[in-house]
Ligand binder design. Structure first.
Ligand code: ZN
Length: 372
């Protein structure tokens, strides 16, 4: 059975917000929950399908990969190491995920929740430039990241407004009698704590501008524009909250020699007139080292050599792209007196002339060959 699109599974648009995704999953999970559909295999499959879709779409990093590469980008057998999503979740995984969605109240009498909220620090976004080799093989980068951190000596106390519960109860008189409503505490924004001592230089939430050295592991097979999510390395949250995430956006550093086109790589190689005539051996750079290539005697300018499998690993299959070497014969622009005499002799004797056999490939033939 082919996999359905995750957005389709949750019946949401591609631009759905995190909140919409959560809500949509909640709806599906309730509808297809095994307790509500005992013995119904189809409902169970739908339940698992929704959980899998949520697992991917609720994670910024996995969602970005999924948006870019589809199921292949998040499949367990894809090129991405580290935390790949294996597909096919078991029921235990799904139920353990519920704590997050239903506040631990699933099945225990409603989806009440409320109460003290876990406040999260804001996310930080940085860009990181990687060369082809680092993108192909993966790498580790240590960077100094500017972020908000809890100031030393900053202390907190229980919020006097809500007594630490994070919520305020309001009693309203209505025509049906007294009704009690619950709202997030306006003093502490639901954290349950407020600042007690704030050291000089820190803001009202006890945070100061700081810098931290952070080591980022970049998995093999990264591509330009991919976003990695380093959990808990963003800005600190005010008292008792969890830090935000560090979002790392990968940018491809333009290589001076090697140009990328999909999984294939291209480079120009200039050889001298003598090398083209007599043939030679040349070293060319590839991802992961140099390779020796042979230039046959009588090589024409414009010839393209193909080094099979010397391109980039393919994102959605096991294959590898190729490296294409475009040969350019360099016509000398300065000649010594002897060289000038030599060429003049060749010209006047009529021995060195262009004599295409008609079998030479034109530029368009070569382009056609590349795609065959
Ligand atoms: Zn409060």
């Amino acid at each position: 059975m082919s996999k359905r699109d995750y957005y389709e599974v949750l019946e949401i648009s591609k631009s759905a917000s995190a909140d919409e995704i959560k809500k949509a999953y909640r709806k599906m999970a309730i509808k297809f929950h095994p307790d509500k559909n005992p013995g119904d295999k189809e409902a169970e499959e739908k339940f698992k399908e929704a959980a899998e879709a949520y697992e991917v779409l609720s994670d910024d990093q996995k969602r970005a990969r999924y948006d870019q590469f589809g199921h292949a980008g998040v499949g367990g057998n894809g090129g991405f190491g580290g935390g790949g999503f294996g597909g096919g979740m078991n029921m235990e995984d799904i139920f353990s995920q519920f704590g997050d969605i239903f506040g631990g109240h699933f099945g225990g009498g409603g989806f009440g929740g409320g109460g003290r909220q876990q406040v999260k620090g804001s996310n930080l976004r940085i860009r990181i430039k990687l060369n082809l080799e680092e993108m192909v093989n993966g790498t580790q980068k240590t960077l100094k990241v500017k972020k908000m951190k809890m100031a030393e000596g900053a202390t907190s106390k229980t919020c006097p407004t809500c007594n630490g519960s994070g919520v305020q109860l309001k009693v309203m008189n209505t025509m049906f009698g007294q009704m009690q409503t619950q709202t997030t505490c306006g003093t502490c924004q639901g954290i349950g704590k407020v600042a007690d001592k704030i050291p000089p230089g820190a803001n009202a939430q006890g945070l100061v501008k700081d810098e931290e050295e952070i080591t980022i592991n970049i998995p093999a097979g990264a591509r330009d524009g991919i976003q990695l999510n380093v959990r808990g390395k963003g800005n600190d949250a005010p008292f008792g909250g969890i830090p935000g995430d560090l979002l790392v956006i990968v940018e491809e550093e333009v290589d001076k020699v090697i140009k990328r086109e999909g999984d294939n790589l291209h480079q120009e190689l200039y050889i001298s007139f003598a090398e083209a005539a007599l043939g030679t051996k040349k070293e060319v750079p590839t991802v992961g080292g140099k390779v020796k290539i042979t230039i046959e005697p009588g090589t024409q300018s414009g010839k393209i050599l193909r080094l099979a499998g010397k391109g980039l690993p393919s994102i959605d299959s096991y294959g590898k792209g190729d490296m294409f070497i475009h040969i350019n014969v360099w016509t000398p622009q300065k000649l010594t007196k002897e060289q000038k005499e030599f060429f003049e002799n060749q010209m006047s004797s009529g021995e060195m002339v262009a004599e295409p056999s008609g079998k030479e490939k034109t530029f368009f033939d070569k382009v056609k060959d590349l795609f065959n």
